[in-house]
Write a protein that binds this ligand. Sequence first.
Ligand SMILES: *Cc1c(COP(=O)(O)O)cnc(C)c1O
Length: 354
Amino acid sequence: MSFIKNWLRADIQDINAYHVPPALDMIKMDAMESPFSLPDEMIKQYLSYLANVELNRYPVPDSQELKRTLRDLMDIEDELGILLGNGSDELIQILALACKSGDTILSIEPSFVMYDIIAKFTRINYKNVQLDDNFEIDIDSTIHAIKKYNPKLIFIAYPNNPTGNSFSRSHIIDIINTASEALVVLDEAYYAYADDSFLKDVANFPNLVLLRTVSKIGFAGLRLGLLIGDKGTVEQLDKLRLPYNINSLTQVSARFLLQHKNEINNNANTIIEQRTYLTDALTNINGLLVYPSQANFLLFQAPNADNLFENLKDNGILIKNLSNVPRLTNCLRVTVGSVEQNRQFIEVVRSYYG
Ligand SMILES: *Cc1c(COP(=O)(O)O)cnc(C)c1O
């Protein structure tokens, strides 16, 4: 037996590593990244900021300036606390670390896989409630699960990934009220593309926090997420954050890049328009079922999805194949790209079925 097999926790050996397929030189429409790069006129100024970073020094440990930039970008009131994470994934991990062994994390499925994976890493129990056939929250089953499992944490992505829809607001309120001993975490990674948010509700519910990230609005490479919640809650959770978790390059980049609110909002609006274009174009192809989306991606069901996925790859376009995920038979997920990328994608799908 190898050393590591003897040494490592058996439950970790049993986990399948989170697999990110290589994109090679394909058009990347698989990971909800923004298709927009920095405008040329911004690059020179950006580089001058980077040149001034003192890389021999540790980063600022708790950057108030960066939080100010995020408050301005996302209209977060000063009354609410902000905890910064190395991506919102790190904040999910911090929340799980706040639980004790024997505690339970509850989520809905199909949803974001990191809730389950991080529960495993941290040895917290994980339970899920299945969404109904329209991928809406099944409120009776969810209330039942809350009473049965008495979860410490409830994760709900709003809008949901990979289904793309937002759930009924009143169901979410029911959950927050019923699970008064659980911290309800609404993951608003796709807030920029959605009609609704719970940002204005955070102050009204002591057991509600939000997660947001800059990954889906053009800056996935920065690795910067935030938790928004009651100041006292944030102050306690902050004890679990590793010092200097937001590196100096991310801090200086984010402070410069995220102040360009108009550009960021314009880009989001372009994506929303292109989402409509993609929805209409896919819907018009015989046999395809497109699910309504409040995010920067579309989930659709297609005959021979595995085959279409490979055909797109052969044509240089990478999307996400979910057809082997329970409940998502023959489903694929495509991230909204640039006008040109979307046109190319539609052309390949059309000719595949044509
Ligand atoms: C992409 C995604 C995240 C991950 O965000 P990072 O800030 O890049 O770690 C979190 N939650 C949901 C629902 C996502 O889709």
